[in-house]
Ligand binder design. Structure first.
Ligand SMILES: [Zn+2]
Length: 337
Protein backbone atom coordinates (compact mmCIF):
# COMPACT_ATOMS: atom_id res chain seq x y z
CA UNK A 1 0.00 0.00 0.00
CA UNK A 2 1.25 3.48 -0.94
CA UNK A 3 1.21 6.56 1.27
CA UNK A 4 1.89 9.94 -0.31
CA UNK A 5 2.59 13.14 1.59
CA UNK A 6 4.77 16.24 1.44
CA UNK A 7 6.23 18.56 4.09
CA UNK A 8 4.83 21.62 2.29
CA UNK A 9 1.37 20.51 3.48
CA UNK A 10 2.40 21.65 6.96
CA UNK A 11 3.38 25.13 5.78
CA UNK A 12 -0.11 26.08 4.63
CA UNK A 13 -1.72 27.66 7.70
CA UNK A 14 -4.88 29.79 7.32
CA UNK A 15 -4.54 30.83 10.97
CA UNK A 16 -2.05 33.47 9.88
CA UNK A 17 -5.05 35.48 8.64
CA UNK A 18 -7.85 33.81 10.63
CA UNK A 19 -6.62 32.68 14.06
CA UNK A 20 -9.56 30.33 14.78
CA UNK A 21 -9.48 28.63 11.37
CA UNK A 22 -10.18 24.88 11.73
CA UNK A 23 -7.93 23.72 8.87
CA UNK A 24 -4.64 23.49 10.70
CA UNK A 25 -1.33 21.73 10.00
CA UNK A 26 -1.89 19.94 13.33
CA UNK A 27 -4.46 17.77 11.56
CA UNK A 28 -1.70 16.20 9.49
CA UNK A 29 0.82 16.27 12.31
CA UNK A 30 -1.58 14.16 14.39
CA UNK A 31 -2.07 11.73 11.51
CA UNK A 32 1.63 11.30 10.87
CA UNK A 33 2.46 10.95 14.58
CA UNK A 34 -0.06 8.12 14.85
CA UNK A 35 1.23 6.43 11.71
CA UNK A 36 4.82 6.84 12.85
CA UNK A 37 4.02 5.09 16.13
CA UNK A 38 2.64 2.21 14.07
CA UNK A 39 5.59 1.93 11.67
CA UNK A 40 3.44 3.50 8.96
CA UNK A 41 1.33 0.32 8.89
CA UNK A 42 3.93 -1.14 6.55
CA UNK A 43 2.96 1.30 3.81
CA UNK A 44 5.44 2.40 1.16
CA UNK A 45 5.93 6.13 1.75
CA UNK A 46 6.48 8.45 -1.18
CA UNK A 47 6.95 12.20 -1.46
CA UNK A 48 4.12 13.90 -3.34
CA UNK A 49 5.64 15.65 -6.36
CA UNK A 50 4.42 19.09 -7.42
CA UNK A 51 1.71 19.11 -10.05
CA UNK A 52 2.58 21.08 -13.16
CA UNK A 53 0.40 24.02 -14.04
CA UNK A 54 -0.55 22.14 -17.22
CA UNK A 55 -1.92 19.36 -15.01
CA UNK A 56 -3.92 21.84 -12.94
CA UNK A 57 -5.33 23.26 -16.16
CA UNK A 58 -6.87 19.91 -17.03
CA UNK A 59 -9.52 21.06 -14.53
CA UNK A 60 -8.85 24.68 -13.62
CA UNK A 61 -8.77 27.90 -15.61
CA UNK A 62 -5.49 29.66 -16.34
CA UNK A 63 -7.03 32.67 -14.59
CA UNK A 64 -7.51 30.76 -11.33
CA UNK A 65 -4.02 29.25 -11.37
CA UNK A 66 -2.47 32.66 -12.07
CA UNK A 67 -4.51 34.44 -9.42
CA UNK A 68 -3.62 31.95 -6.67
CA UNK A 69 0.05 31.93 -7.57
CA UNK A 70 0.18 35.73 -7.63
CA UNK A 71 -1.73 36.15 -4.35
CA UNK A 72 0.62 33.73 -2.59
CA UNK A 73 3.77 35.26 -4.05
CA UNK A 74 2.53 38.66 -2.88
CA UNK A 75 2.47 37.33 0.67
CA UNK A 76 -1.00 35.82 0.79
CA UNK A 77 -4.44 37.03 1.74
CA UNK A 78 -8.11 36.24 1.85
CA UNK A 79 -9.85 34.47 -1.06
CA UNK A 80 -13.21 34.30 0.67
CA UNK A 81 -14.52 34.22 4.24
CA UNK A 82 -13.33 30.59 4.64
CA UNK A 83 -10.28 30.46 2.40
CA UNK A 84 -6.93 32.08 3.12
CA UNK A 85 -3.47 31.68 1.67
CA UNK A 86 0.04 32.56 2.77
CA UNK A 87 3.26 32.78 0.85
CA UNK A 88 3.83 29.02 1.00
CA UNK A 89 0.27 27.95 0.18
CA UNK A 90 0.80 27.82 -3.56
CA UNK A 91 3.65 25.35 -3.16
CA UNK A 92 1.55 23.28 -0.77
CA UNK A 93 -1.35 23.28 -3.24
CA UNK A 94 0.92 22.13 -6.09
CA UNK A 95 2.15 19.20 -4.01
CA UNK A 96 -1.39 18.39 -2.84
CA UNK A 97 -2.64 18.11 -6.41
CA UNK A 98 0.60 16.45 -7.46
CA UNK A 99 0.27 13.83 -4.73
CA UNK A 100 -3.18 12.87 -5.97
CA UNK A 101 -1.84 12.75 -9.54
CA UNK A 102 1.13 10.60 -8.53
CA UNK A 103 -1.22 8.27 -6.68
CA UNK A 104 -3.34 7.86 -9.82
CA UNK A 105 -0.24 7.35 -11.95
CA UNK A 106 1.28 4.74 -9.65
CA UNK A 107 -2.00 2.86 -9.29
CA UNK A 108 -2.70 2.82 -13.04
CA UNK A 109 0.90 1.75 -13.71
CA UNK A 110 0.26 -1.26 -11.48
CA UNK A 111 2.85 -0.28 -8.88
CA UNK A 112 0.28 -1.04 -6.19
CA UNK A 113 -3.45 -1.74 -5.95
CA UNK A 114 -4.23 0.70 -3.19
CA UNK A 115 -2.91 3.98 -1.82
CA UNK A 116 -3.66 7.01 0.31
CA UNK A 117 -2.58 10.60 -0.24
CA UNK A 118 -2.54 12.75 2.93
CA UNK A 119 -2.01 16.34 1.85
CA UNK A 120 -3.26 19.88 2.49
CA UNK A 121 -4.93 22.05 1.34
CA UNK A 122 -7.87 19.82 0.52
CA UNK A 123 -9.53 20.07 -2.85
CA UNK A 124 -13.13 19.10 -3.37
CA UNK A 125 -14.69 22.58 -3.01
CA UNK A 126 -12.35 24.19 -5.57
CA UNK A 127 -14.34 24.73 -8.75
CA UNK A 128 -12.75 25.04 -12.20
CA UNK A 129 -12.63 28.84 -11.93
CA UNK A 130 -12.99 29.47 -8.20
CA UNK A 131 -11.09 28.52 -5.03
CA UNK A 132 -13.34 28.25 -1.98
CA UNK A 133 -14.09 26.30 1.18
CA UNK A 134 -10.44 25.91 2.33
CA UNK A 135 -9.62 24.47 -1.13
CA UNK A 136 -7.35 25.97 -3.79
CA UNK A 137 -7.17 23.29 -6.49
CA UNK A 138 -9.30 20.15 -6.68
CA UNK A 139 -6.71 17.46 -6.04
CA UNK A 140 -8.94 14.46 -6.78
CA UNK A 141 -10.48 16.08 -9.85
CA UNK A 142 -7.07 16.91 -11.31
CA UNK A 143 -5.95 13.31 -10.70
CA UNK A 144 -9.09 11.92 -12.35
CA UNK A 145 -8.72 14.21 -15.36
CA UNK A 146 -5.06 13.25 -15.65
CA UNK A 147 -5.95 9.56 -15.43
CA UNK A 148 -8.19 9.90 -18.46
CA UNK A 149 -6.20 12.42 -20.49
CA UNK A 150 -2.71 11.06 -19.96
CA UNK A 151 -2.72 7.73 -18.12
CA UNK A 152 -4.96 5.56 -20.26
CA UNK A 153 -7.99 5.27 -18.02
CA UNK A 154 -11.34 5.34 -19.80
CA UNK A 155 -13.58 5.76 -16.77
CA UNK A 156 -12.93 7.02 -13.23
CA UNK A 157 -15.33 6.67 -10.32
CA UNK A 158 -15.01 9.35 -7.64
CA UNK A 159 -16.83 8.72 -4.37
CA UNK A 160 -16.87 11.74 -2.06
CA UNK A 161 -17.79 10.85 1.50
CA UNK A 162 -16.68 14.12 3.06
CA UNK A 163 -19.65 15.47 5.04
CA UNK A 164 -19.73 18.56 2.81
CA UNK A 165 -20.88 18.35 -0.80
CA UNK A 166 -17.89 18.26 -3.16
CA UNK A 167 -19.15 21.03 -5.41
CA UNK A 168 -15.78 21.51 -7.09
CA UNK A 169 -15.50 17.92 -8.25
CA UNK A 170 -19.14 17.88 -9.32
CA UNK A 171 -18.65 21.04 -11.41
CA UNK A 172 -15.39 19.78 -12.93
CA UNK A 173 -17.17 16.78 -14.43
CA UNK A 174 -20.77 18.00 -14.65
CA UNK A 175 -20.81 17.61 -18.43
CA UNK A 176 -18.74 14.42 -18.66
CA UNK A 177 -19.84 10.81 -18.84
CA UNK A 178 -16.37 9.35 -18.30
CA UNK A 179 -16.11 10.44 -14.65
CA UNK A 180 -18.84 9.24 -12.31
CA UNK A 181 -19.08 11.47 -9.23
CA UNK A 182 -21.14 10.28 -6.27
CA UNK A 183 -21.46 12.46 -3.19
CA UNK A 184 -22.87 11.51 0.20
CA UNK A 185 -23.13 14.67 2.27
CA UNK A 186 -25.11 16.41 4.96
CA UNK A 187 -27.79 18.82 3.80
CA UNK A 188 -28.41 21.55 4.73
CA UNK A 189 -24.74 22.40 5.18
CA UNK A 190 -21.98 24.33 3.44
CA UNK A 191 -21.68 24.81 0.45
CA UNK A 192 -25.43 24.34 -0.13
CA UNK A 193 -25.09 22.49 -3.44
CA UNK A 194 -25.63 18.78 -4.14
CA UNK A 195 -29.41 18.45 -4.29
CA UNK A 196 -30.67 14.94 -4.97
CA UNK A 197 -32.30 16.30 -8.14
CA UNK A 198 -28.96 17.41 -9.65
CA UNK A 199 -27.84 14.56 -11.89
CA UNK A 200 -25.31 16.46 -14.03
CA UNK A 201 -25.81 18.14 -17.38
CA UNK A 202 -25.76 17.28 -21.08
CA UNK A 203 -23.65 14.18 -21.77
CA UNK A 204 -22.87 14.06 -18.07
CA UNK A 205 -26.48 13.67 -17.05
CA UNK A 206 -26.76 10.61 -14.84
CA UNK A 207 -23.05 10.60 -13.99
CA UNK A 208 -23.38 13.01 -11.07
CA UNK A 209 -25.22 11.45 -8.14
CA UNK A 210 -26.07 13.31 -4.95
CA UNK A 211 -27.13 11.52 -1.80
CA UNK A 212 -27.85 14.24 0.78
CA UNK A 213 -28.52 13.14 4.36
CA UNK A 214 -30.08 15.23 7.13
CA UNK A 215 -28.15 16.49 10.14
CA UNK A 216 -28.04 13.80 12.80
CA UNK A 217 -27.59 10.96 10.31
CA UNK A 218 -25.52 8.02 11.49
CA UNK A 219 -23.95 4.99 9.90
CA UNK A 220 -27.23 3.17 9.40
CA UNK A 221 -28.15 5.69 6.70
CA UNK A 222 -24.67 6.40 5.35
CA UNK A 223 -23.83 2.72 4.92
CA UNK A 224 -27.19 1.94 3.45
CA UNK A 225 -26.92 4.71 0.83
CA UNK A 226 -23.42 3.55 0.01
CA UNK A 227 -24.22 -0.14 -0.27
CA UNK A 228 -27.59 0.06 -1.96
CA UNK A 229 -27.17 3.11 -4.23
CA UNK A 230 -23.57 4.30 -4.65
CA UNK A 231 -21.83 0.94 -4.93
CA UNK A 232 -24.24 -0.62 -7.47
CA UNK A 233 -24.02 2.49 -9.69
CA UNK A 234 -20.24 2.49 -9.36
CA UNK A 235 -20.07 -1.18 -10.25
CA UNK A 236 -22.25 -0.77 -13.33
CA UNK A 237 -20.00 2.11 -14.42
CA UNK A 238 -17.09 -0.36 -14.52
CA UNK A 239 -14.33 2.14 -13.69
CA UNK A 240 -10.61 1.70 -14.41
CA UNK A 241 -9.78 3.68 -11.26
CA UNK A 242 -11.70 4.29 -8.03
CA UNK A 243 -10.86 7.46 -6.10
CA UNK A 244 -12.34 8.47 -2.76
CA UNK A 245 -12.47 12.07 -1.58
CA UNK A 246 -11.90 10.97 1.98
CA UNK A 247 -13.09 13.57 4.44
CA UNK A 248 -13.64 12.41 7.99
CA UNK A 249 -15.88 15.26 9.12
CA UNK A 250 -19.02 13.11 9.16
CA UNK A 251 -17.64 11.69 12.43
CA UNK A 252 -19.84 12.51 15.41
CA UNK A 253 -17.00 14.42 17.11
CA UNK A 254 -16.37 16.77 14.21
CA UNK A 255 -17.11 20.43 15.03
CA UNK A 256 -18.07 21.51 11.49
CA UNK A 257 -21.04 19.22 10.86
CA UNK A 258 -23.76 17.22 12.57
CA UNK A 259 -23.50 13.62 11.38
CA UNK A 260 -22.84 10.70 13.71
CA UNK A 261 -20.38 8.32 12.07
CA UNK A 262 -17.79 6.47 14.15
CA UNK A 263 -14.31 5.40 13.12
CA UNK A 264 -15.73 1.93 12.46
CA UNK A 265 -18.25 3.46 10.05
CA UNK A 266 -15.37 4.65 7.85
CA UNK A 267 -13.87 1.16 7.98
CA UNK A 268 -17.20 -0.23 6.76
CA UNK A 269 -17.46 2.31 3.94
CA UNK A 270 -13.90 1.47 2.96
CA UNK A 271 -14.65 -2.27 2.89
CA UNK A 272 -17.54 -1.60 0.52
CA UNK A 273 -15.40 0.49 -1.83
CA UNK A 274 -12.43 -1.91 -1.58
CA UNK A 275 -14.63 -4.85 -2.52
CA UNK A 276 -16.22 -2.93 -5.39
CA UNK A 277 -12.76 -2.04 -6.73
CA UNK A 278 -11.75 -5.70 -6.52
CA UNK A 279 -14.89 -6.84 -8.36
CA UNK A 280 -14.31 -4.46 -11.27
CA UNK A 281 -10.53 -5.03 -11.24
CA UNK A 282 -9.70 -1.37 -10.62
CA UNK A 283 -7.11 0.07 -8.23
CA UNK A 284 -8.37 2.13 -5.29
CA UNK A 285 -6.90 5.41 -4.13
CA UNK A 286 -8.10 7.84 -1.47
CA UNK A 287 -7.16 11.45 -0.87
CA UNK A 288 -7.64 13.37 2.37
CA UNK A 289 -10.29 16.10 2.40
CA UNK A 290 -11.84 17.35 5.69
CA UNK A 291 -11.85 16.15 9.29
CA UNK A 292 -11.31 18.80 11.94
CA UNK A 293 -11.24 17.03 15.30
CA UNK A 294 -7.79 15.46 15.60
CA UNK A 295 -8.61 12.39 17.72
CA UNK A 296 -11.54 11.21 15.61
CA UNK A 297 -9.68 12.18 12.44
CA UNK A 298 -6.78 9.92 13.37
CA UNK A 299 -9.01 7.04 14.50
CA UNK A 300 -11.11 7.25 11.36
CA UNK A 301 -8.11 7.42 9.08
CA UNK A 302 -6.42 4.46 10.78
CA UNK A 303 -9.63 2.46 10.39
CA UNK A 304 -9.81 3.45 6.73
CA UNK A 305 -6.20 2.54 5.99
CA UNK A 306 -6.58 -0.86 7.67
CA UNK A 307 -9.65 -1.64 5.58
CA UNK A 308 -7.96 -0.42 2.40
CA UNK A 309 -5.18 -2.86 3.20
CA UNK A 310 -7.67 -5.73 3.38
CA UNK A 311 -8.72 -5.86 7.02
CA UNK A 312 -12.36 -6.55 7.88
CA UNK A 313 -15.38 -7.60 5.87
CA UNK A 314 -18.34 -5.73 4.41
CA UNK A 315 -21.42 -6.06 6.57
CA UNK A 316 -24.72 -5.55 4.78
CA UNK A 317 -26.77 -2.52 5.87
CA UNK A 318 -30.56 -2.54 6.08
CA UNK A 319 -32.01 -0.84 2.98
CA UNK A 320 -34.98 0.29 5.05
CA UNK A 321 -32.73 2.92 6.65
CA UNK A 322 -32.97 5.00 3.49
CA UNK A 323 -36.76 5.24 3.62
CA UNK A 324 -36.93 5.61 7.36
CA UNK A 325 -34.50 8.46 7.34
CA UNK A 326 -36.20 10.36 4.53
CA UNK A 327 -39.42 10.21 6.48
CA UNK A 328 -37.63 11.26 9.65
CA UNK A 329 -35.93 14.14 7.87
CA UNK A 330 -39.20 15.78 6.99
CA UNK A 331 -40.21 16.10 10.61
CA UNK A 332 -36.88 16.49 12.32
CA UNK A 333 -36.63 19.88 14.00
CA UNK A 334 -32.94 20.21 13.12
CA UNK A 335 -33.83 20.12 9.42
CA UNK A 336 -34.25 23.90 9.44
CA UNK A 337 -30.77 24.59 10.88
ZN1 LIG B 1 -15.77 18.64 4.71
Amino acid sequence: MLYLSHPSSLEHDPRAQMPAHPDTPERLIAIEAALGEREWLGMERRLAPAASEAELELVHSRRLVDSIRELCLAGGGEIDADTYVGETSYRAALHAAGGACELARALLAGEDRVGFCAVRPSGHHAEPDRAMGFCLFDNVAVAAALAIDRLGAERVFILDWDVHHGNGTAEAFRHRADVLVINIHQSPLYPGTGAAEDFGSGEGRGFNVNLPVPPGSGEELWLSLLEHIAIPIGEEFDPDLVLVSAGFDAHRADPLANCNLEAASFAQMTCQVRDLAARVGAPFGAVLEGGYEPVSLVESLLATLAAMDGEGESVSAAPEAILTSRAAARVAPFWTL
